[in-house]
Design a protein around this ligand. Sequence first.
Ligand code: NAP
Ligand code: GCO
Length: 265
Amino acid sequence: MILNQFSLEGKVALVTGAAYGIGLAIARAFAEAGAKIVFNCSRQETIDRGLAAYKELGIEAKGYLCDVTNEEDVKAMVADIEKTVGTIDILVNNAGIIKRIPMEEMSAEDFRRVVDVDLIGPFICAKAVIPGMIKKGHGKIINICSMMSELGRETVSAYAAAKGGLKMLTRNICSEYGEHNIQCNGIGPGYIATEQTAPLRERQADGSRHPFDKFIISKTPAARWGTPEDLMGPAVFLASEASNFVNGHVLYVDGGILAYIGKQP
Ligand code: NAP
Ligand code: GCO
């Protein structure tokens, strides 16, 4: 039965940064497909917020206080998960930050921090889970990329560099570990209504829509912002056996932005 291929029954899924936003939606989808959920954030208050959200949803999730840029902490977290929950079958590198600063005003420290979280963090997390996946004979790694894995725009130089690198890290993990039945793919969300993009959608003083909000609507064939829920189905597909021969691919879930020149003003 083809639908059985989409089941995550009995799988252990680690979704980084999954206290709210895109990560919470993906973890919720995995739980509904049968997976056990583990997540981590870098602040205790976010962990607490996430645990309350999962409880509200009736999902038993385990939360870890762990900054994805801290390799020792990530290794300790993965070891504890393997001991107390089980070997990780699915890793979603979702945790991420953005700094919107014109390049000539951005410090190297700011640039480095964004790359640290958005690119080095996924490397550290993938490196920590791969040995268990090899032993188990299978694994799924999903890297949350971005429109900025393909396009640039003003003020997001660090983020675009990191997300472009994350696309290539995705392809390299595919290349290096495909023979161990590990599939590594990316999801490239379009513009999604979360806390991260809230500043781009803020109502203006006169009550009108933010100029960037109007811009994105004109650049999206779907003529709307995406929601975290739009990512649930694609994530289950890439986490399940239904995608066992899909590897090194970035699936853009963008309402058609990358295909569209944009509506004439
Ligand atoms: P968000 O609302 O800002 O949530 C980010 C999550 O990551 C939070 O739970 C945050 O918790 C956690 N996090 C941040 N730094 C961390 C670190 N160093 N270690 C561990 N956890 C960390 O983001 P979102 O909009 O849901 O986006 C999630 C992912 O999708 C990001 O990778 C983002 O780049 C990507 N994305 C977003 C969009 C969009 O339009 N929203 C589009 C494309 C791609 P703490 O702060 O407590 O650590
Ligand atoms: C921005 C936005 C985008 C989205 C997303 C688009 O400032 O341009 O934050 O970068 O977060 O990455 O796919």
